[in-house]
Design a protein around this ligand. Sequence first.
Ligand code: SAH
Ligand code: F3S
Length: 481
Amino acid sequence: MEKIIDEKQQGNSLVIEPKKQNTRKLFIESYGCAMNFSDSEIVASILSKEGFNTTQNLEEADLVLVNTCSIREKAEQTVRKRLEKYNAVKRINPGMKVGVLGCMAERLKDKFLEEEKIVDLVVGPDAYKDLPNLINEVEAGRNAVNVILSKEETYADVSPVRLQSNGVSAFVSITRGCDNMCTFCVVPFTRGRERSRDPQSIVEEVNDLAAKGYKEITLLGQNVDSYLWYGGGLKKDFKDASEIQKATATNFAGLLKLVAEAQPKMRIRFSTSNPQDMTLDVIEAMAKYPNICNYIHLPVQSGSDRILQKMNRLHTREEYFSLINNIKDLIPDCGISHDIITGFPTETEEDHQDTLSLMKYVKYHFGFMFAYSERPGTMAARKFEDDVPEEIKKRRLTEIVSLQQEHSLYRTQQFIGKTVEVLIEKESKKSSEQWSGRNPQSTVVVFPKENYKIGDFVNVKIKNCTSATLIGEPVGLSENN
Ligand code: SAH
Ligand code: F3S
């Protein structure tokens, strides 16, 4: 199966080790991007100090929190459906309180309380430290809302409670917010202005993860290449920083070096890169440090210069190609994936053909493809009519998806006969006899378990493939263990 993610959001409830003295029960689930999953770990950490243990059983929860996504209309509909479910449970457990976190909370603010009677609490992405106060309000019988966006908040001082998963891979957030203002995108409105987290606290978190046995981290931000630490504050205010701050600032390439050198055995990934902000020094750092995975998620959205401009993506098709060429020159085996939107306002058949031809040039390893969904308040919603009929959006999406499937198969076939390093993450979904992990290019690899275990780096010889998965035989532990 191709990784066609029509909607990335997948509910997933989070459970942490119970603390004995905690008596209240928190059910927390996340929808949308990796940042939301990471934020829920921060929220669980803040609330564990308030007497909350997490539960996977909705029926027994004292507090239910849903971390929401606004990126497409369908994402919001999914959350509304969940609220209906909570409503049904509340009839059995009337003392249960319900809070909405994340992007929908920020977008809808106190309107949420009117629209959804079940909701007691609305908290935006920069206000999680206020949760203890807000919960007190709710327990005193009042609704509570805090959707204030911050210039400073990065939660650098909150040590996230890790999702009790495989103990192998973890997210580490490095920036919050986004200043790019792509015209289709709601994120700058829901997550505020861009600010970076102190590199020292990032390195400390990575060291701590290494000490706990983690083998892979993904540095997270809406736009990681724009990372810039100069002592705190918004990215946009850097121009007013002092000379010393400017001289000692750390950019994304600098951060990558710090992390790669601090933990040379830790696999390092990052997401997401915006082509307009990705600089040569980042590619050079990737080429230099073997523990930085040769994989870049590089959303392009469209192959048409006219549409790119209307989207306020500040690069042309040619500039994107030269970035791809630089990547291929410095890291010949680099895996590259994309996000593409079909049916942006005014997109013609010719624009669509430009997208297909761009894909043919790059031959991406995989990608995430979406039909344009108008988001209230964005520049595109205000300035452009959503004028591409739904059936045309769908047809173009199908064409893009099937071309991607061809390219994915081409890419996976290139691995046949080669030996790749795989970090074992979990049991294969299809067979309890097989492990599943990824190679550095982020392609999934499955192979017989033999005596290997989760968290091992294993060299695997690839024998077969589908368009999304490599199938191989283990040939031994890699030197990285
Ligand atoms: N920088 C972000 C991108 C956020 S959204 C990140 O870290 O992933 C992820 C993808 O959703 C975008 O790259 C874009 O392809 C898609 N998307 C965003 N807004 C959209 C909209 N209004 N309609 C359809 N797809 C959208
Ligand atoms: Fe959205 Fe563009 Fe930022 S897609 S998250 S505004 S880089």
